[in-house]
Design a protein. Sequence first.
Length: 83
Amino acid sequence: MPALLHNAVDEAEHGEVVYLFRGDRRVAAIVPEQVAAAGAAAIEALEDAEDIAAVKAARAEGGERIPWEQVKAELRELDAQGR
């Protein structure tokens, strides 16, 4: 591992965020694992919130409710037909 990368990894391991630049512009960062895990959890929570909002919007539209077993059966049929 090149020395600069090794040093950046060491700094991240000790809690520092190390930014990578292209010219004067920050383009990436090496972050401690805890920061990456927290970011991933935050993204997942946002995606869950978006999914919940979509379900609520779909329910508000009304329309026919289709039982899950019927949906699975129709998906299996489409898969069998190669669609």
